[in-house]
Design a binder for this molecule. Structure first.
Ligand code: NAP
Length: 558
């Protein structure tokens, strides 16, 4: 039973008249609605229950797990070490769960999140197969009316968007895609029953993390795979292996210390272990040794080699050369190695990929690479892919072309704040938030890992828990004081947006045509979407804001 300990005027205590002013067929009256039942939505539900709020979660998928429910393509796995990419809020959960690999596969992550949903009895408040289509703030009642594609009309005091940063697939922006008569797949909407490519010729379009993880696996099955590459990406070897029992025991014993250390790191990821000194502080042979050591460690380790990797062009060039050398070492055909070597953006300014056997896959006789910078795709035909250079007839096309990142899921919902202003209109020049948590003009609407927060530039689990904990504490604070409205002030939002842009401009990130910059989606404003000031600086800021009575927010009674 929910415990209404927090002092909010309960939804059911409101007069029907009051509710009818916002909608004429309210089907439920709640304290909070959470949109999305991925890792963030589920934890949000758990915490809101803990402070006694009547909450419902709406989830478009037919199961919980968000990213790990949808992205079932072959080779899908996390690129943060499993024990770190796990909830920390429950010592019992940590104690009982065993990861089988250093980097858990999608299947294992999905099993984990389902285990969490059962263990904390979360499912009874999660409505699956239901897409939230609208959320409108009523200034008379200070409540949100949330509508869904299933006809729900829910009145809630608070609305929390746990919609994910990479959850809306980018539209297929390639001419003729609908004409293809063979099988079409998207990595982000992979069939649940899996796909058997045995004996098939396959085109894979896209060489971001999803392409780079799936290509080696598809190549093991298919008769032939043709990879269509527009921009080569830097990819780092995962060095994945079975989970190490000794390491797990050590983690269990020292997890508080490990997590505290992660929180002190710029990206919130232990393996990055950011060096405090710049590249120029080392001799050439020391630099090389450091990079080699980190390459062997695997995953994102290389990213911490020197303090100035993403701020100093020449330091970045040297590290990028190191990766290009590794590519030439692995790929036997020098022309193919060349095509796979990124040269048009600094290292790490596009999300680095973490792979298992990606470059080596191009040594297989059944894999070929098409450089779209030389011969762009003209159109998809009934039988395959036509570039300016050739026709490639295939049995199947796999699109690994990415997402409308960070703003796509929010803009897909008709969100209306004060005076009916839509979030989409407010964000037409790029997202504007205060701390990536709230938006001026949209009271009581929270985002988990929203634009303007470290989110995708950190271990997502760390940032998810941080935001959920912060939102929970904030709502408890309001409840304890009989307050029912919180809204970012315009001034605080302006300052935060300006600060975020200033920090991004001190780095090399804006140089790349990345999804961090919105550059992958035609027509999307070119704005750096996450916050690059670092996890510790961000944590300090949001903790300071809370400790000072939610500085930068206007609080009011209902
Ligand atoms: P992505 O990084 O945006 O990569 C999309 C790829 O498709 C790029 O190579 C892009 O080329 C290409 N592309 C897009 N439109 C195209 C077009 N019209 N014609 C030809 N090529 C086109 O997307 P993603 O691979 O799905 O990864 C997105 C993010 O999800 C990752 O960066 C990561 O944060 C997360 N992710 C993580 C993991 C993991 O390891 N845990 C796995 C998958 C995804 P351009 O670069 O030229 O635009």
């Amino acid at each position: 039973m929910p415990r209404y300990g927090c002092g909010y005027p309960r939804g059911s205590d409101l007069s029907d008249d009051l509710i009818m002013t916002t909608a004429n067929k309210v089907t439920a009256t709640l304290d909070a609605v959470v949109v999305g039942a991925g890792f963030s939505g589920l934890y949000m539900l758990h915490r809101l229950r803990g402070i006694g709020l009547a909450t419902r979660v709406f989830e478009a998928g037919s199961g919980v797990g968000g990213t790990w429910f949808w992205n079932r393509y072959p080779g899908a796995r996390v690129d943060i070490e499993s024990q770190e990419y796990a909830y920390s809020f429950s010592p019992e959960l940590e104690e009982e769960w065993r990861w089988s690999e250093r980097y858990a596969s999608q299947a294992e992550l999905l099993k984990y999140v389902n285990h969490v949903a059962d263990r904390f009895d979360l499912r009874r408040d999660v409505q699956l197969d239901t897409r939230v289509t609208g959320a409108a703030f009523d200034e008379a009642t200070n409540r949100w009316t949330v509508t869904t594609d299933r006809g729900d009309v829910v009145s809630a005091r608070f609305c929390i968007m746990a919609t994910g940063c990479l959850s809306v697939p980018k539209d297929i922006d390639i001419a003729g895609a609908a004409r293809f008569k063979g099988a079409t797949y998207r990595t982000s909407r992979w069939p649940h029953e899996g796909v058997d490519f045995t004996g098939m010729t396959v085109a894979v379009i896209g060489t971001g993390s999803s392409g780079i993880q799936s290509i080696p696996e598809i190549a093991k099955q298919a008769k032939h795979v043709t990879v269509f590459q527009r921009t080569p990406n830097f990819s780092l070897p995962a060095q994945n292996h079975a989970a190490d029992a000794a390491k797990f025991a050590d983690w269990k014993k020292n997890r508080h210390a490990y997590r505290a250390h992660a929180r002190s790191q710029g990206f919130g990821v232990l393996i990055i272990d950011q060096h405090e000194r710049n590249l120029a502080d080392f001799t050439p042979s020391q630099r090389r040794q450091e990079m080699e050591r980190r390459w062997k460690t695997g995953g994102f380790a290389l990213g911490g080699s020197f303090a100035d990797l993403v701020t100093n062009e020449s330091a970045n060039d040297e590290a990028a050369d190191f990766v290009r050398e590794r590519i030439r070492e692995i790929v036997k055909n020098p022309a193919v190695a060349d095509t796979l070597s990124p040269t048009n953006h600094p290292l790490f300014t596009k999300r680095p990929c973490v792979d298992t056997g990606y470059y080596d896959t191009f040594n297989r006789s059944n894999v070929s690479l098409v450089d779209l910078t030389k011969t762009p795709i003209e159109t998809i035909t009934e039988t395959g892919v036509k570039t300016t250079g050739a026709n490639y007839d295939v049995d199947a096309i796999v699109y690994a072309i990415g997402f409308d990142a960070m703003t796509g899921a929010l803009n897909a919902i008709d969100i209306r704040g004060r005076r009916g202003e839509t979030l989409k209109a407010k964000w037409s020049g790029g997202p504007k938030t205060y701390l990536g948590l709230m938006v001026a003009g949209f009271p009581n609407l929270f985002m988990v890992t929203g634009p303007g927060s470290p989110s995708v530039l950190s271990n997502m689990m760390l940032s998810i828990e941080q935001h959920v904990d912060w939102i929970t504490a904030c709502l408890a604070y309001l409840g304890d004081r009989q307050l029912g409205v919180i809204e970012a002030t315009q001034a605080a939002e302006n300052d935060w947006v300006a600060h975020g842009n200033e920090v991004a401009a001190t780095t090399l990130y804006p140089r790349a045509n990345s999804w961090y910059m919105g550059a992958n989606v035609p027509g999307k404003p070119r704005v750096f979407l996450p916050y690059i000031g670092g996890v510790p600086m961000y944590r300090e800021k949001i903790e300071h804001v809370a400790a000072n009575g939610y500085e930068g927010f206007a609080l009011a009674t209902v």
